[in-house]
Design a binder for this molecule. Structure first.
Ligand SMILES: C[S@@+](CC[C@H](N)C(=O)[O-])C[C@H]1O[C@@H](n2cnc3c(N)ncnc32)[C@H](O)[C@@H]1O
Length: 444
């Protein structure tokens, strides 16, 4: 055994220092002992130097056309209904009655929140703080806000089922947070998909985003497409309509969605189906894909950067990744869809391991996605809609990015590491590799 080994913290410091260097997506440090001495070597997987956010995404075209000017006002009305429903739920649980502030644990205990949903209660308190209400809403105020929500829902073209879903969810907040009912039972009433399709397809915002995503996929004239987290197939529909003959692998983490899609797309030629989890090693016995599409799913990745790097390896050289992602948390989402993001009651491993770690947030921001894409080895990142487009009020974006084929040069990495680390912790050598599969890549 060598006389003096670096500590675990030392190794972590070296790894973190390497991972912060431009062009490095992930690093691992190896300690190689030869009896009396221990030498450190590092492996880094490739990525591109993150560009500055200002020049990372070229100006995007306007996605919207007629009617998109109603988006900001409608979303504000929907968020107001959500925040009043949250205030009502907390007040009905006996909280905020004496004007005294409450800590999140007190609020969660008062509501009888299931441990897995306590993070949502913390989001609700943040929502209330930002809304700065004068007090709990009266019955009349709440009823008016619900009517405004439904009017906004109609204006945005969501089907009536979505109106019922939003209102039932907002009226059921105490039961949802106590796990007495599940959001899935409200969203997939009787096993049907109409409500969920309303959320991801049949509304003004999704129509524009799906159309932009379909345009981005079809523009590459792909012959092989992989869709990740395809779910109810809301984006799939539009993408398939925009393409000719294609080999299309429809995947999801849940067999429930694959079974439904097999039935739904039975008449479409070229579709195949497979289970795929973005939080497990994404090993598909497949040739590389020309396009990978991931609509409203990648925020489920425990570590967005690692998942993006894994997806990059599924793309052919010059292949394109098309993402749809929410980058802003609306109060209505905190009071509805977020229930789908709570860990299972029996989960051992919870939370995110990337920039969202320890923050109770689900979504990465627009600039964070641009940076993650660049760091994971993508180039030519484009984002739609443009910030001044009324559709941007939704905070949902279509990102397209091309697989880069750049490997960082180990020599400058080593000298940069030497500048940042104490001399005894500078690795003897750095190797760049295409992928690192370590224990951190696996779920426990
Ligand atoms: C919000 S839905 C979006 C569905 C679809 N892409 C759309 O826009 O219509 C998210 C989908 O991601 C799937 N999903 C959740 N976690 C996942 C994971 N770890 N790996 C792959 N898919 C996942 C869910 O089963 C669900 O179908």
């Amino acid at each position: 055994m060598p006389a003096e080994l670096p500590s675990r913290d030392d190794l972590r410091l070296v790894r973190r220092t390497l991972e912060e260097l431009p062009g490095v997506a992930e690093a691992e440090v190896l300690l190689i002992a030869d009896g009396t001495r221990a030498a450190m070597s590092a492996l880094v997987s490739d990525g591109h130097p993150p560009p500055e956010p200002s020049d990372a995404a070229p100006p995007a075209t306007r996605l919207g056309g007629a009617k998109t000017h109603v988006v900001p006002g409608c979303l504000a009305a929907m968020d107001r209904a959500a925040v009043l429903a949250i205030a009502h739920a907390l007040h009905s649980a006996g909280l905020f009655r004496d004007g005294r502030p409450h800590r999140a644990e007190e609020a969660a205990a008062g509501l009888g929140a299931a441990p897995r949903h306590r993070w949502i209660v913390r989001r609700w308190l943040a929502a209330l703080a930002s809304a700065d209400l004068p007090g709990p809403p009266t019955r009349q105020e709440l009823a008016r806000a619900m009517r405004d929500l439904d009017a906004a829902r109609q204006e945005l073209g969501y089907p009536a089922e979505m109106g019922r879903f939003f209102q039932t969810a907002l009226r059921s907040l105490p039961r949802l947070v106590r796990d007495e009912i599940s959001l899935q039972s409200l969203l997939f009433t009787g096993g049907g998909m109409t409500t969920a399709q309303g959320n991801y397809r049949d509304n003004l915002i999704s129509r524009h985003l799906n159309k932009a995503a379909a345009g981005a996929v079809a523009a590459h004239l792909p012959t092989r497409v992989l869709e990740i987290g395809a779910g109810v197939g809301a984006t799939t529909d539009v993408v398939l309509d925009a393409m000719g003959k294609v080999d299309y692998l429809f995947t999801d983490v849940s067999a429930f969605f694959l079974d439904a899609a097999r039935e739904r797309f039975a008449r479409r030629p070229g579709l195949r189906y497979a289970l795929l989890d973005v939080n497990a090693p994404m090993e598909l016995d497949e040739q590389p894909f020309d396009v990978v599409l991931a609509a409203n799913v990648l925020h489920n990745a425990r570590h967005a950067g690692r998942t993006l790097a894994a997806i990059r390896r599924l793309l052919s050289p010059g292949g394109t990744l098309v993402l749809i992602e929410s980058c802003v948390e609306h109060h209505l989402v905190s009071a509805s869809m977020h229930f789908l993001m709570s860990p299972r009651a029996d989960a051992l491993l919870t939370g995110f391991a990337d920039v969202r770690q320890g923050q109770d947030r689900v979504f990465l921001g627009r600039t964070e996605w641009i940076r993650q894409l660049a760091a994971a080895g993508y180039r030519d990142v484009r984002v739609e809609p443009a910030p001044d487009d009324p559709l941007a009020a939704a905070g949902q974006y279509v990102f397209t990015a091309v697989r880069g084929d750049h490997h960082p040069d180990p020599a400058p990495l080593l000298s940069k590491a030497a500048e940042a680390l104490p001399p005894h912790l500078v690795p003897r050598e750095v190797h760049t590799v295409d992928a690192l599969i370590t224990d951190r890549s696996f779920r426990s």
